[in-house]
Structure formats: structure tokens, C-alpha cells
Design a binder for this molecule. Sequence first.
Ligand SMILES: Nc1nc2c(ncn2[C@@H]2O[C@H](COP(=O)(O)OP(=O)(O)OP(=O)(O)O)[C@@H](O)[C@H]2O)c(=O)[nH]1
Ligand SMILES: [Mg+2]
Length: 433
Amino acid sequence: MHDVGLRPRERAFIVAVTKKGIDPEIVREHLDELALLLDTAGADVAGKLTQERERPDLSTALGKGKVQELKELIIETHADLAVFDDELSPAQVRNLEEELGVKVLDRSGVILDIFAAHAKSVEARTQVELAQLQYLLPRLTRMWTHLSKQFGGIGTKGPGETQIETDRRMYRTRMQRLQEKLKEIDAQRVVQRKGREGLPRFALVGYTNAGKSSLMRQLTQADVFIEDRLFATLDTTVRSLELPSGQRSLVSDTVGFIRKLPAQLVASFHSTLAETLEADVLLHVVDLANPHYRDHMSVVDETLRTLGAAQTPMIVVFNKIDLIDDPLLINDAETEVPNCVFVSAERGLNITRLLQHMQETYEESAIVRTLTIPYSEMKAVARIYEDVEVLVRDDTDTDIRLSVRVPSDKLPLFMARYEKFLAADGLPISTTS
Ligand SMILES: Nc1nc2c(ncn2[C@@H]2O[C@H](COP(=O)(O)OP(=O)(O)OP(=O)(O)O)[C@@H](O)[C@H]2O)c(=O)[nH]1
Ligand SMILES: [Mg+2]
């Protein structure tokens, strides 16, 4: 694993460059979240600096005067590094490091560091390492060359341009190998998934620390990792769950989202996330006790859009209601969000209601179709079982009739494949299976 930049308990000076006229409360909240991220990564905050600008300076993000001010503050507070809440270009990092004389990171770098420390499975480790290398490659500067020592043997030479070139080449080779490894893992996953097709699928999504894993444990008794820290979960867990109707279904718990999730991470976790998000119904878990929950919800919605899952039916699960004293808060949330349930994952409050809701939403999200398949096309029957949930089967003298449930988002694909088998009358078949 590569260390993106933080040593344990380093002291970081945190910086935000903000648009003119932005609400200072929002800026404070973003910086508080950055401080929390740093704490999770194992660093302390030495101080904070913000600057309002029309747009960030192209070469140093901050204006010239502010860079000088920051330099003095860093010396004064004995900070080891500067961390910007905004994404910095590789050139900005280089210029700032030169001016300030300390290592410079942005929020993405910190998040990558946390992911690297928390990733456990081979898959998560591979994905994180790939994301780290993609992030580091254009940022290799003299400050970063110590990283190459991790490859052993190299790095004994003093840092210089040749050294950086060698590092770059090494990184590229390594990235290629990681990409190949991910392809293999992907192929294995397709095989695993085969066995699960046809079952209703639910996916827990939400801002980091909202209580997704706690709800997973409450629903399925899965022994998942739960902790009051950001990005406790990096691997996807899938467990079976019985709905009130007795229907078996699957629930998955996966990595949480955060504002400005690094693009490299979204890219390398794409297959993990894509699989999760193929669910029939998303359970968007929201920490209602967090004063910024609305903001968090829009970050999650935006991330889902990026991942192409904005159309999937969704239940908003307002969690941690055991911490809420103000009934108005619940009232507001209920009026603002149409399809929602209030629970406490930790205390197990209102879980029966949630299960009922999951079943209803799933049933509404799916469409029942009847197919008539001649005995000469038995292969198609097998394929249909793999693709969708078969509700009723009737083997008549002349053909096989199947009533199937098709999730609405999968309907176009389903029609393209099986249109020729659609029963002319479309009538539901009698139950004689
Ligand atoms: N009071 C209270 N705390 C809760 C509840 N649900 C979860 N928590 C706490 O919230 C923290 C985060 O819970 P997790 O289940 O790890 O959250 P997560 O969404 O899986 O977080 P990441 O995996 O880090 O993205 C833990 O300290 C939980 O004990 C709840 O209903 N009430
Ligand atoms: Mg979790």
C-alpha cells in the first residue's frame, strides 16, 4: 500500500479557498469535516486559514499575500503540512510546496490515505492502490520521492528529476498490473452473481457514518464492522433477508459517500459500486441527528447520478431517531421527503415498518409479465430464470407459461430479449405449478 502523505499524528494547517459571498457557516462546516477526516487519518489540526476569491489562483490557489501569511502561520504553529479543502492541480501542489517548504495535500489526498488504511479485502486494497497511483503520478515531486523507497532498493539516490522519471515508470507498470488484477476479480464476481439473480435486491447507500452497517446488522444479523468514524466500511457485504411476505431477498452494505469524493476513487471502485447500485431498491440511510443532513442527502443524490443510479426506486431511511428530541425535525423531514421511514438502527426501532416498506416499494417497482415458451426453446426458459424472478410456472401440453416479475429499470432489456414470447392475451396464468 502506498502512503499518500500523512505520517501518524502530523500537524496539519487546513486551508479553504472559497467563492465570494458564500455563507461562512458552510465554509466552517466543510473545514470541520476536513478536520474530522484528518483526525481519522491520524493528524491534528494546527490552525485554519480561509480566503475568499472570485476563483482560485491558477498557480497557488491562494493569492500571493495569503501564501506568505500561510507560510508564517505554518512556522508559528509548527505545522508539518498544509491541507487544502479544494482539489489542487499537480502544478498548484508543486508551487505551494516550493513556497511553503512543507508537504501540501488536498482533501482527495486525505481521503485516499484513509481508504488505504482501512481497506481489508484484496479487492478493496487493489482498488485503493490503483486510485492512489493515479492520484500520485502527476504529483510526483521532490517531496514525494520518499514513496519510492517502498518498492525496496530504489530511492537511495538523492531526489532528482531522474529519480522522478524512474518512479513514474515504476508507477505505470504497477498500475497496469493492478488493472489486470481488477479485471480478474471482476470476472470472478460475474460468476458469483449468477447464483443470486432473480432475487429482489436492496442496497444500503448513504453519507459516510450515517449508520448503513448498523442497519445491515439490524436487518440481517451480519457481523459487519461498525464504528464512529468516517469510512469504516470499504468492502461490500451481501446478506440474505426474508421480507414480511416470506420472499427471500438480498441486502448489500458498501462504502459510504462524502462531499468531493476523489474522482480516482469513484473510478476504481466503480465495479463494486455499480454492482451494488444495480439493486431493485436503494435504501438511502440518512443520519437525521446530523444538523447538515440535507446537505449530505444532496451529496449522495449527486453521487448516485454520477454513477448512473438516479432512476432506481429509493426509500429514504432517516436513522438515529433515538437522538432526536425535537418532533418538528421529524415533521419537516417527512414533509420534504416523500418515500421515507424513521428508524433507529442501533436500538432496532421501527424496523418492522421499514421491512414492510421495502416489500411494498419492491412490488411497486416491478412489473409482472406473462411469457409463453415452446418446448423447443428450453434454453430460453433457463435464461429467464437467471434474469428475473419467476412467480408462476405452468407446463401445458404445448408450451411453458411463466409469469415473471421484471424490475421497471430492467424492462427495456427484458423486452428486447424476450418480446417474442410475450403472451398475446397478456393474461395472468392459472396456478397449477
Ligand atoms: N444513536 C445512534 N447511533 C447510531 C445509530 N445507528 C448507527 N449509529 C452509530 O453511528 C456510527 C456509524 O455507524 P455505522 O453503521 O458504522 O455507519 P456507516 O454508514 O456504515 O459508516 P461508514 O461505513 O463509515 O460509511 C456508529 O458509532 C454507530 O454506533 C442509531 O440508530 N442511533
Ligand atoms: Mg459502514
